[in-house]
Ligand binder design. Structure first.
Ligand SMILES: *Cc1c(COP(=O)(O)O)cnc(C)c1O
Length: 216
């Protein structure tokens, strides 16, 4: 399936009134598809797999802002540390410490989001409320990570009131901690199927894949 340029423009239109950032999720799609949106001005792209990301980063334009949105294993942080723009799925302090260590080696600071478990499904990764408060309380000890906010994934469901409720939960946690340290500015929530609800509930950044690049 080709890149849907009309859909891309329509999504941008929808996002512009709420000043929401679009991360185009390009996992499993070829570099040529990324280049098509790049040529239209898109700069934020999201990937889920470390090896796939490093291969694409090597051949695509250097001013792309790469978002790592998958589940990141500690032993793979070093491969993306030199260039990654924002790591969305940080779900343990152990992982955050490893990112801090690798960022120090690269002599940079790495932007991160803490992932919160908001869906009903057991399978989705993320911190619960208690773990979130513990991680936030320990952030002062890390010098090379900049936590910018929160990320979450709602349930796979057609029940819009349930999705809305989950997004609201995430937004209220965001509001609770957003002024604790360095002010938070990023609330990453919303995908192809639920991004309009996420925007209504206060998302500042949506991660959209299949709507733009076709089904995977
Ligand atoms: C794949 C993925 C997306 C994009 O999903 P679509 O339904 O294709 O828009 C967004 N966020 C995360 C964390 C993903 O893994």
């Amino acid at each position: 399936m080709p890149v849907d340029i009309a859909q891309y423009q329509s999504v941008l239109q929808t996002l512009s009134s709420s000043h929401t950032t679009l991360v185009a999720v390009s996992k499993t799609k070829p570099a040529a598809d990324i280049q098509i949106l790049y040529d239209l001005g898109q700069r934020d792209f999201g990937e889920n797999y470390v090896q796939e990301l490093t291969e694409k980063e090597a051949i695509l334009p250097k001013d792309i802002r790469w978002h790592f949105i998958g589940h990141l294993q500690s032993n793979k942080v070093k491969y993306i540390a030199p260039f990654v723009h924002l790591i969305h799925g940080v779900d343990s302090f152990k992982l955050l410490k490893e990112i801090d260590k690798q960022a120090a080696k690269c002599n940079r600071k790495i932007n991160c989001l803490l992932q919160v478990h908001i869906a009903q499904e057991e399978t989705k990764f993320g911190l619960d409320e208690q773990e979130l408060s513990e991680v936030v309380a320990a952030l002062d000890t890390l010098q090379h990570v900049l936590v910018k906010g929160l990320m979450g994934m709602a349930s796979f469901s057609n029940d819009t009131s349930k999705l809305r409720e989950e997004f609201r939960t995430l937004k209220s946690l965001f509001d609770r901690y957003k002024n604790t340290q360095q002010p938070w500015s990023v609330l990453s929530m919303g995908m192809s199927s639920d991004y309009t609800i996420a925007i209504e509930e206060g998302s500042t950044l949506v991660r959209i894949g299949s709507l733009l690049f076709g089904a995977r």
